[in-house]
Structures are given as structure tokens and as C-alpha cells.
Design a protein. Sequence first.
Lengths: 379, 285
Amino acid sequence: MRISRRSFAQGAGSLAALGVMGRSARVLGQTSDELNILCWEGYNTDDVLGPFRDLHPGATVRAESGTSDPDMINRLRAGESNVWHLINVNQPWARAQLYPEGLILPLDQERFMPYFERMTPPYNGPYPLAIAPDGELIGMPQRYGPFSFVVNTDVISRDMAEDQGWNLFLDPALAGRYGILTYDNWNVMHMCITGGLNPFEPLDEAGFVTFRQIADQIFAGARLLTDDLVAMNTALINGEIDCYFTGGTYTASPARLDGLSNVRGITPRSGPINGKGGVVWAELTSVVNNPNASTLAPDFLEYVQAPDICKAVGFAEGTYNPVAQMADPDVLALWDEDELDAIQWDSLPEEMENSVEYDVVASYAELIEIYNAAKRERG
Amino acid sequence: MERLDGRLGFWSAGPIALMLTAFFLAPMVVIAAFSVMPQRVFEFTQMPDFSSYRVIFEQRIYMPLVWSLGMALVATLILFVICWPLAFAMAKVFKRFTLVVTIGVVMTLFVSENIRLFGWILTLMRGGLIEGHLRAWTGLSFESPLYDIPAIVFGLVYVYLPFMLFPLAQGISMVPDDARQAAVDLGASRWRVLWEIELPLAAPGIMVGGLLTFVLAAGAMAEAKLLGGQAVVVISDEIETAFTFGQNWPLGSALAILLIAIIGSLAVFAVSRLDLDALMGRKRS
């Protein structure tokens, strides 16, 4: 049997139509006894979900933690938008992919805009990345943190690391003394910045060549690569490495809370993006365009604004992070001295000042290909 | 009567056939369909262009596949060599102690693979159980063996040992003691008995053990990520990257199809040459 372009397109169209019919059959559904949350770890803990379950005793409230933003977004694309009611991912994805692809829904501005007034800059105002180009509110920020690299300050001083910035990893003396945390989308961004490139603007051919050189050099000098922050911190603490590429409060905080305050997230003092070299992430939680919508989804977004729940989210098991609501004295009062030290509260304003927003990397498709080739051929 | 048997067989095979179609074949079809789609599309309503297969060879993305298959082969050979004496002892020497060994080996499977590998990191790392104690007692030190290719192979050997050991012991138990004794009586050396009696008669067990360990090791990822520090990128890691950070489902699917094709061909070849009934002791020829 010969398949022409036309007959293939017809067949594929029929399949797609079947899919659409399947979806439309469920479009009218709405539930108030079920809430499924796809999120980064923290929102799925008992400390966060328990009180909400108590408030809604008849409802089944379930949360599952993802392993990466793209992974969670893929799950919605693969049809799980029928399963999840809320999705919690880093800030650029909602505006750049989830909302344009119709995977999330706008929020009621009258209900949610007042919460931005209790948030720390730049999330008050409201936060520009929570607003779609059409003016709709598409997510609520909460956890955030500077994310550049991590050093053992017993070996490399904070001052020197901040001063040298990303050039630290190009120093031949450091070859074999650092690790790479394989949060690949972050590494692409950070390798651009290391090469003096702005990752958020499209790169030309010369930019790609520079990126490849930087990627080759950084991969060649790495002692280890892992996507496990515990394994990376363990290597740092035991002296296998002196620092690691890609990391910040999110990855350093578990070790710091254990008393290892020599593990420190570093934000460079300067860089190629309007003079800045650090990057800060913030999570946005959005309502999924689920055909069987849950009335509990917006209620949950409101519930996590309460001070004790803000603390539970910021200090969930695994990693510890500041939350945008800490501008509210009632929220801040819930953190003790050790906990504030774990999230590097002392240097947070300065680090935020030296950071730009995590955004979509303009030439990501080309860069991730180059990055993966360099990783594959390392050494 | 034969027709009735046939019909009963057909109906009793129905549920498992349906289940396999739904949960095994259907995902395979989806992966196969995605593998021929243009780069970076998220639906299979596009005109197939098979570009992922071209990209795999043009950009040498097959290298992780070569590394995975190579390390799996080395791990399988090492496992065969180290498991043979233990399997022989379990089948022919240990008697009741075999149960103790079996329980001991099976117990390791009750603990998550990642946790066991992390245990090895704490043992082998600089300042870990071995180097740390050596340094404290003698002042001597050595570089940690972690984060290199031998560490990955060590991880594969450690994790997949039970999958070689038990089929091998089963295979060796099929070797009749009479045949070995007859060979010795006729003047055969120990090596000749091994080469001409034990290895051929235990071949089904060797084949099953080899196949199991090779297939599992070829698709393994945790060993390279944890013990190996990704000194090389393995195929399952490359596939995961394509599906997640790479946002290139067709490339990930094409890599998966290549892996399935190679492993599948190997499995079909091995199973076609294997008499499972004889191995399970249900048939005597």
C-alpha cells in the first residue's frame, strides 16, 4: 500500500478529530471533590496538603512531584491535562508555552490580584511573568531563589567567587575540581553567560561557536556530572570537588540547614545581561485546562497564601527556599535564625539585585543540541 | 478434541493477548510513529520524514548506544566469570547452605537500587568508608575510583549479579554428575570437563543469565549517573534527555526504537536457540 502525503494527512486528521471528540465529550465536567496537583516537591507534603484536606473532608486531594519543568509540561501535552488541576513550574513556561498551547487557564484577577501586594519585589506589582501578553493573570508566584553556582567557602571564598563569577570555571587551576549538576536547561543558560552571551536573545553563528567552546571546556574539566543534588553536595562536603556549576539556595540549603554553612550559593557580581550574571527562578502555580475542572484549584491557590502554609511550602522536605510572601512580617516571623541562614537570607537582596529573571532561552533548540553533543563527547 | 483444545487455547490466551496489545504493543506503536516524525513535534499528525534516524548517524548520537552495549557486554562477561564458581557451588557443593546464599542475594533486591548505589558512593568516595579509614589509620590516601568508566561497570556487575547467578546455578544443576564422573574416569582434565561437559550442558542457563544481565545492563542508567558521574552518557540517559530537556520526542523515540531493535533481535535469537522446557526440568530428551 502506498501512502501519499494527502492520504497520510487525511488519516492523521481523522485521528486528531477522534482525539478532539474524545476531549469534547468531557468538556462540560466540573468537580468539587477532587484536586490533583502536579508540582515541584514541597506542595506534595503532608504539612501543606494536610490542613487543606481537613478543610475539604469529602475531597480527594493528591499531589505528585515532578523531576523537571519540561517533564511536567510533557505530561500535560501527552494528555494528562485530563488528570491534573494545578501545575507548578518555573516562571517562563506558563507565559511561553503552557498558556499559548491552551494547557492552562487564566485566573480571576479580582480574587487573586490583592495577594501580590503582600509579596516582596519583584513579585509585587504584580509579577510581569505571571501576566500573559493578553493581560490575563496566568499563575501565582511563591517560592523563588537565586540560582547560579555553589562553592565550598572553606576552599574558595565567597568574595572571590562573586568577584570572578562564571570565569571561575574557565580557570585551568580548577580543572577536575568541580562538578556539573545536570539541570540541562539551566546549564545551557549558564554556559551562555560564562561565554559572555545573553541567552535570552537569539544567538548568531559566532555565538554558537563560542557556546560550543565554553561547553567543551566546562565539560572537559568536570570531575563529575549528576542530576542528584544530594550526591553533588556530598562530593562538595567530602572534598571531591570545590564547587559545582549550576546551583543556588535551592541546592545548597539542605546542607546549610545541617550546619554546613561553608556550602554556599554564589551570585556573580557582574555578567553579560545588562551587567548582571546571576539568574533567579520563581515558581508559578497555574490552573490546568482540565475538561473536568476542579473548583478546589483556585481555592488551593488562595489557601497557600496563608502565613503558616507559606512557611510549610518554603520549608518543605528536601530543599528550603524563600517565598515571595516573606515581605509580610507575619510570614517572616515564622522563620528562625538557622532557617534564615539556610536560605542565605543575609545576602538574598544583594543576590536578587545581581540576578536577572530565568526566562526562555531564545536559541534553546540549537543550544541544547550543541550542549548535548559536548556532554556526549566530553573528555 | 483437538479443535476443542484449540478453541480453549484461543479463549484462554485472549485476556493476556488483550493486555499485551493495550499495555505493550500500543505504546510501542506510538513510539515507532513518533520516531519517523520531523524534529521537535509533539503530535504525529505531521508527514513522516525519518529525520531523527539521519540525525542519530550524522551527529554521532549513536555513541551512547555503543557505550551502553559495550559496558553491558563487559559487565556480562565479568558476571559470568565471577558467578560461575559460586553458581557451581550452589548447584553441586553447598547443599543446604545454598538456601542461605539465595536468601542473602535475594535480600539485596529488597533495597532500592539507588540507595544501594549511594551506599557504594559513601564507601568509595574520598573521605568515605575505605579511603577515610585508611587515611585515619595509616596516613596513606588514594584517589577515589568513582566517576569513571570502571566504576560504572562495577555498578552494573554489583546490581545485576542475581540475574546471572540464579540462571547459571539452574543451568549447572542440569549437568548430570554421572557425565562429569565418566569424563574424569576416562582421563579428562578438570579444564576439559569444564569445556566439553559442563559448559555445553549448562548452556541454557548461561544463555538466560547472559541475556538477562546484558539486556538489563544495556538499559541501565543509575550506575552511570551515580557511580560514574556520567563519565560517559548512556543510551537511556540520552533518550531521557531527548524527551525532557531536549524537547525532541521524535529523536528520543528513534533512539528507543534502535535500542529495542538491537535488544529485541538479540533476545529473539537467543530464545529461538533455547529449550526453556529443558531448562525448567519439564522435558527429558
